[in-house]
Design a protein around this ligand. Structure first.
Ligand code: BGC
Length: 412
């Protein structure tokens, strides 16, 4: 009891120190969320015991004089965005005074399980995980929970476990919706009768985000598909038919080559290649360049603002990308983590003090075991006409000819 009191007192003092240093001040803002649903009220009651335990273990850390350690598990170095995520997260957490254990798992679910088990054995204080496969971490996370380690699902939701505490991501459905709306506007679907031909390329079936992106785009365009203004010559209109394992550029290239050979070799015009992200758009644009005989430039959508895709946008081989500022995502994750690491239970009251615009959502992300409280950032559209918006983020710069964008980050 005395130990617990001292633990809570130290956690309280530490919280005071962090607040004084300008860290997130979310501990006092709960009054504003009292009107929240019963579900929230229940989860707060459930959480109070957990908070005490968390405060106790955090206080133990500080009394031993050590810095707290955050374990960060990223999926792979082979896709540009995760290098950026890893770098921004590491930099921001270290600058805030935490130790960081960062691992990339080569897109291999077994390796990621092993990597996270290693972090649990190292007694990290918090886990941030961008899952390779959202469905294969349940046992490992149950081990983390047994050790009192809280878990934040980063960018991709982790499924079928009650051991995930928070989810920080962008509004994934809106990403697809922005792609659909772009197509609707560019083709003038409200006015023009068409028909226009469209093909979809979606993401990795093991990534819980992928169906959200696909559905956001498909459902935005569905009324035009139903009305016959948009047709899908390949007939592939279901997520499973157009999914791309591992978000692989090569697989997307091959799939598009096959589609072009089977349905467009007779001169049928392709108007839109709706791709869920940039790594797949890269392959699709390559297939169009090499295997499409039409004289038009089909609209090609993407997501992420990868450097190679921004070059394609300048060169007219890709039309747009939905941009998600990964540095902001890392910043919001840091702010949620700080609250968790100081023994608090972050909720809606944190939103107003976050460094980037984000919504707090306790309804949309059900992982099969629980609805995971989510902080969702806001994506936006980049085309060749507003590339300067990327420069404004400080994460990109023009090359010496002011023609293409380069990254200002060191790893990409
Ligand atoms: C991310 C996307 C990314 C894709 C492939 C998704 O989970 O949200 O930004 O393009 O994975 O890495």
């Amino acid at each position: 009891m005395a130990r617990k009191f001292i633990a809570m007192l130290s956690a309280f003092l530490m919280l005071g120190t962090m607040t004084a240093c300008g860290a997130v001040d979310s501990g006092t803002g709960n009054a504003g969320t009292d009107t929240n649903t019963n579900a929230n009220a229940d989860s707060k009651t459930d959480n109070s015991a957990k908070d005490d335990a968390a405060a106790e273990s955090k206080a133990d850390d500080t009394s031993s004089g050590g810095k707290q350690t955050v374990g960060i598990a990223m999926p792979t170095k082979s896709l540009e965005r995760w290098n950026r995520d890893g770098e921004y997260l590491k930099d921001q957490f270290e600058a805030a005074g935490y130790n960081v254990e960062l691992k990339y798992s080569d897109d291999d679910p077994n390796q990621q399980n092993n990597d996270i088990q290693g972090m649990i054995a190292d007694k990290v204080d918090l886990l941030l995980i961008a899952a390779v496969n959202g469905n294969t971490l349940s046992q490992t996370l149950s081990d983390a929970k047994d050790e009192g380690i809280e878990v934040i699902a980063y960018d991709r939701l982790i499924m079928n476990t009650d051991a995930v505490d928070y989810y920080v991501s962008f509004d994934n459905y809106t990403v697809g919706k922005l792609q659909g709306e772009y197509v609707k506007k560019e083709l003038g679907l409200d006015k023009n009768a068409g028909p226009f031909n469209i093909e979809f390329t979606a993401g990795d079936p093991a990534d819980n985000n992928a169906p959200y992106f696909f559905n956001g785009a498909y459902e935005t365009l569905k009324e035009f598909i139903d009305a016959g203004k948009l047709t899908i010559p390949s007939g592939k209109e279901k997520f499973e038919q157009v999914a791309t394992e591992g978000w692989s550029t090569d697989t997307a290239l091959e799939n598009m080559q096959n589609t072009l050979a089977s349905y467009y070799a007779d001169g049928t015009q392709l108007d839109v290649a709706l791709c869920s992200n940039d790594s797949t758009a890269l392959g699709v644009a390559q297939a169009i360049a090499s295997d499409y005989s039409g004289s038009n430039a089909p609209l090609v959508t993407g997501q992420d603002g990868d450097i190679a895709n921004l070059k394609n946008i300048v060169d007219g081989k890709q039309s747009m990308t939905v941009y998600k500022n990964v540095s902001d995502e890392a910043g919001v994750t840091l702010e949620v983590s700080k609250a968790v690491l100081s023994g608090q239970t972050p909720d809606a009251s944190l939103v107003s003090s976050l460094s980037a615009e984000a919504a707090y959502d306790t309804e949309s992300y059900n992982n099969g075991k629980k609805v995971v409280p989510s902080y969702l950032l806001v994506p936006y559209v980049i085309t060749k006409d507003n590339l300067d918006l990327l420069v404004d983020t400080g994460l990109y710069k023009w090359d010496s000819d002011h023609k293409y964008l380069e990254s200002t980050a060191s790893t990409t």
